[in-house]
Design a protein around this ligand. Structure first.
Ligand SMILES: [Zn+2]
Length: 364
C-alpha cells in the first residue's frame, strides 16, 4: 500500500537497499533496457506481432532464454501485462489497485495502456508465414491484374536456381506468369530512390517540422487546463460509483461497480500523465527527429539493411497501401505515406523559392 513491491523482482528489476526506502526495485541493466525497448516497440507498432517481439528478444544476447535457447511468447505476454513496468503496484486480490509505486517505471502508463490494447488485438494473430529473407516484397506487392498479393518462389533452371515473384490467383490472366526477383526488386529500389528528397527540400521540411514542434509545445500548455477539467469529471464519476457500492448489498453489482471504478482510475492516471508531459517534450527536437529525418532523407539506407524486419519497416513507413505491379508497365503509381507525400507536394512547384534539382538524388 505504500508503493513497494514485496514479491520476487520482475525481470528487468533487482532489489537494492536505498536510503530512505529500505529495499527498492531498481533497473537491472542491460535487461531493463531490452524490456523497455520491447514494451515500447510493441505498443507503438514497431513490432507487428508477438512473434516479432519474440524474435527481437531472442536476438539479444543478454536476455534470459529457455533451456532450448528460445523465448516463449506466453512468457512475454505475462511480462507485458504487468503494470509494475509502468510504475504501479497492482494486486487486486489484496484490494490494491494501481497504487503508484516508489520504483522507476520502464515505460509510461500511456505506453503500457496502449500495450494492453495491442495485446488484445493481436492475441490471435498468427505468426507471419510470409516473412522470408529471400523475398522481402512477398505479400506486399500485388498483382496488377487481380490486386491479390503476389507470392514468390525459387525455381530450378538447367544450371542454376532462379528466384521469382508471381501471381497464383485462380482465373487471373497473370496467373503463373512470373517476374524475376532481380527485375521486380530493382524496379522497387528505383521507386524508393525517386522518393528521396533533394537537399533543399529536405532542409525546408526540417524547418517546417521545427516550426510545428514549437506550435505544438505552446498549444499543449493550454491543453493542460482542459485536461484538469476532465480529471475533475472523472473524479466525480468515481465518487458516484463508490457511493453506489456502499448502498448496495448485491455482490454482482458491487463487482461491476468496482470494475467501473478501476477503469476510471486508469483513465485518471492517463490524464495525469498527460498533464505532466504538457509543454515538456520527453526529448529535444534533435533527439526526437534525428532518426525520422535520417530515414526521410534516404529510405534506401534502411532498405539496404540485412534484417528482414528493417526492410518490412521501410514498406510500412513509406507506402500507405500495398503496391500493385504490372508485368508490362512495372509498378503503378504508389500510394505513399504522409511524410513522403507531403515532401512530394512541396516538390510540386507551388514553392517557387525552392531551387529544384529535379527528382534525381542531389549530388551537390
Ligand atoms: Zn493476378
Amino acid at each position: 500500500m505504500n508503493g513497494y513491491w514485496v514479491f520476487h523482482a520482475s525481470l528487468g528489476y533487482k532489489y537494492e537497499r536505498q536510503p530512505g526506502h529500505g529495499k527498492l526495485l531498481v533497473r537491472d541493466e542491460p535487461v531493463a533496457s531490452i524490456i523497455q525497448e520491447a514494451l515500447e516497440g510493441f505498443a507503438h507498432g514497431r513490432f507487428e506481432t508477438q512473434t516479432e517481439v519474440k524474435r527481437f528478444l531472442e536476438s539479444k544476447v543478454d536476455y534470459p532464454k529457455n533451456s532450448d535457447g528460445g523465448v516463449h511468447v506466453q512468457r512475454i505476454v505475462e511480462l507485458f501485462f504487468r503494470p509494475l513496468y509502468a510504475g504501479y503496484i497492482d494486486i487486486p486480490d489484496w484490494g490494491i489497485n494501481l497504487q503508484p509505486g516508489k520504483h522507476e517505471p520502464l515505460v509510461s502508463f500511456e505506453t503500457w495502456h496502449k500495450l494492453q490494447q495491442r495485446l488484445k488485438e493481436t492475441s490471435k494473430a498468427p505468426a507471419r508465414k510470409d516473412l522470408n529473407e529471400d523475398f522481402p516484397l512477398r505479400g506486399f506487392v500485388t498483382c496488377g491484374d487481380c490486386e491479390q498479393p503476389m507470392t514468390a518462389c525459387w525455381s530450378k533452371g538447367r544450371s542454376s536456381k532462379y528466384a521469382y515473384y508471381l501471381c497464383r490467383t485462380k482465373d487471373c490472366e497473370s496467373r503463373g506468369k512470373s517476374v524475376r526477383k532481380e527485375k521486380l526488386e530493382g524496379e522497387f529500389e528505383a521507386l524508393l530512390m525517386n522518393l528521396r528528397p533533394t537537399q533543399n527540400l529536405f532542409f525546408m521540411a526540417e524547418e517546417m517540422f521545427k516550426d510545428l514542434w514549437d506550435i505544438r509545445l505552446n498549444g499543449s500548455k493550454k491543453e493542460a487546463v482542459s485536461i484538469k477539467a476532465e480529471i475533475r469529471k472523472v473524479e466525480s464519476k468515481v465518487g458516484q460509483f463508490l457511493d453506489r457500492i456502499v448502498e448496495t448489498d448485491s455482490h454482482t453489482l458491487i463487482s461491476s461497480y468496482e470494475n467501473k471504478v478501476r477503469k476510471l482510475e486508469e483513465e485518471k492516471i492517463l490524464l495525469r500523465e498527460k498533464i505532466e508531459n504538457c509543454g515538456r517534450p520527453l526529448q529535444s527536437f534533435d533527439d526526437t527527429f534525428r532518426t525520422a529525418m535520417t530515414f526521410l532523407a534516404n529510405p534506401q539506407n534502411l532498405w539496404a539493411s540485412e534484417r528482414i524486419e528493417d526492410k518490412r519497416s521501410v514498406l510500412k513507413l513509406v507506402f500507405a497501401e500495398k503496391l500493385p505491379y504490372c508485368r508490362k508497365d512495372g509498378f503503378r503509381t504508389a500510394a505513399i505515406s504522409l511524410p513522403f507525400s507531403l515532401l512530394d507536394d512541396l516538390k510540386g512547384g507551388d514553392y517557387a523559392m525552392v531551387e529544384l534539382a529535379g527528382i534525381e538524388p542531389a549530388t551537390s
